[in-house]
Design a protein around this ligand. Sequence first.
Ligand code: GTP
Ligand code: MG
Length: 312
Amino acid sequence: MKTAILIPCYNEEKTIGSVVSSFREQLPGADIYVYGNNSTDNSVEEAKRAGAIVRFEKKQGKGNVVRAMFSEIDADYFVMVDGDGTYPAERLGDLMQPLIKGDADMVIGARLHPTSESHFKWINFIGNKLFVYFLNFIFGVKIIDLLSGYRAFNRDVVKSIPIVSRGFEIETEITIRCLEHNYRIVEVPVDLMPRHKDSRSKIKYFRDGLLILNTIFFLFRDYKPLTAFGSIGLIFMSSGLILSGVFMDYIKADKGLYLSVFATGLILAGFISFAAGFIIHAISRRFQELNYRLQLIDNSAYKGLSSKIKNK
Ligand SMILES: Nc1nc2c(ncn2[C@@H]2O[C@H](COP(=O)(O)OP(=O)(O)OP(=O)(O)O)[C@@H](O)[C@H]2O)c(=O)[nH]1
Ligand SMILES: [Mg+2]
């Protein structure tokens, strides 16, 4: 069984070497990949020195790098971890166990688990909590840590979920796509360590926060169109009905022409939103079926290739 450790890293010269070595120590047989993503410090040299396979991706951003890694690298199991030395390599075995046993398709190293001792900056902690509550509320799920950068996947997940994120919204996208593809997600507690004192965070809170919210909204629209457009439709229709009910006497007395036009407009807009939800829902069902067939083709091609390699 082949495992690939994927380390997105941008200007992490202080820690990347020790991250590579500690994962090598945990799993000597694994291939460890670091993608040079226009780092301006010695990250690439440090990663090479520690024995990582170094490749390059010119498009800046964690999402761009993870997309390249997922499409270019092949293995049976994949582990993704940050290059800033904040995640414990010793937890690798616990992360991989549910995959190997066949109990999970993606395992998240949950820093927000009640038993974890994580050192968050207060702003990161609040942001993480808010986003995970919001996701759980609108998708009706119980995820503990939405934004953790420490995850393990089986090959199915890596080779079948589409990734369009460019930056820090990547973890949100991966989580929602796994939920919607019905992949089994298991979360194991990990402790988050503080960043190296001489290294800098790459997060821009406002921009990246908005991108994460955007990702949750748009994936909700794409995967649950009936709920999304149906809720909007319901809000419009009930506002129209309430408005016309409250001002009925006024409208009856022929004084509220604009009001009645507005209320009718709201009710019509509600109907249109409902109808759009139904249509998009039907189309997205067809795409899900297509996706499933493509996955079957890919899986059988991979199994064929693996057995050819074994027979050689
Ligand atoms: N390849 C690549 N990696 C990136 C980029 N931006 C951030 N990363 C890596 O993604 C990981 C997470 O970024 P961080 O800045 O640590 O963000 P964080 O973990 O959410 O927050 P802090 O650790 O508190 O700063 C680190 O390993 C970064 O080096 C990028 O543009 N390209
Ligand atoms: Mg970090």
